[in-house]
Design a protein around this ligand. Sequence first.
Ligand code: SF4
Ligand code: SF4
Length: 340
Amino acid sequence: MVVNFVPWDTSKNLLEETLRLYENSGTLDCVDVGDLVAIKINVGELGNPYFVNPFFIHQIVDLVKTKGGKPFITDSNTYDGKTRTNAVDHWKNAIFNGFIDAPFIAADGLKGENFRMVNSKGILKKIEVSGVIAEADSMIVVSHVKGHSHAGFGGAIKNVAIGCSSKNGMLRQHRTVDIKIDTSLCTGCGNCIKACLRELPKIENNVSVIKSKWCMSCNKCKRACPKGAISRVNTENISKAMASAAYGVLKTFKKDKVSYVNFARDITEFCDCHSNPGKKVMEDIGIFASDSPISIDAAFLKMADYTVFNEAHKIDCMIQVTELKKLGVIGDIDPKIDRL
Ligand code: SF4
Ligand code: SF4
């Protein structure tokens, strides 16, 4: 399966480059006249400057309209974070960041209540697919490729798996990884409580304990602990859970009704869900297009030195790709890349 690619070359007009990319790749082939077309993006947590430039999304909106489709921009509300946890704030965030050329519709309802439970396979046997995604006729998944504290990196697979699941689905995927506290090292300093957005750790008998079902194994408390008392175990499970979720999401679409575009530039340590995504960890690479989430993410990994993510996040980025392949989704883990 060929992945088409244009380099991030600012000596060229990048809108002309993406147009050439989409025409060569058949990116718009998934759109039929009258389709309600989900353009699945991450609008970027407020304060994070590295989400996909809105003008690239405006271009896709226009191309969908030209094909007779009815585009809307969508993303699921987040479980954590601050500015995208409900449909109203999420819409405001989308407008603030410049996504104004098509309606923004939160994929899982006002507060995450709109989902369809879909059978899947692998580590999760069911997944809560965001209702708007499940109802869409076709979908163009546009992803900013960057690091991800759980899965190593986030591209198309992450955008489909976590991004197209409702809040509960997101939480269940993250909770496949466990957080452990070594009480022999813990001094009860409380730093972990301050670091947690929901203040979930509690001090009991002078040591920290995390019992809450709302803990999403996000790692913030681990990073804040001065004693190294907090660790994550079963870290590979998130990649397996993402494969299960992506499989479930894609089941809700008919054949050839989803296409993918990956923007590999401003490649940061952490994902667009963070208001502070950290430093850039590699050079800008370019823009990929494909009709497979496996091939497009594998193409990025083939061109990038992704060991930087493996080392930073202590997980092999390839796992999510190979796990999705194991579930039977079409794609190549060593794709041919056509540089246009
Ligand atoms: S991993 Fe730590 S910081 Fe993250 S939600 Fe759980 S308790 Fe809070
Ligand atoms: S930050 Fe570490 S040492 Fe301090 S209370 Fe939390 S687990 Fe214990």
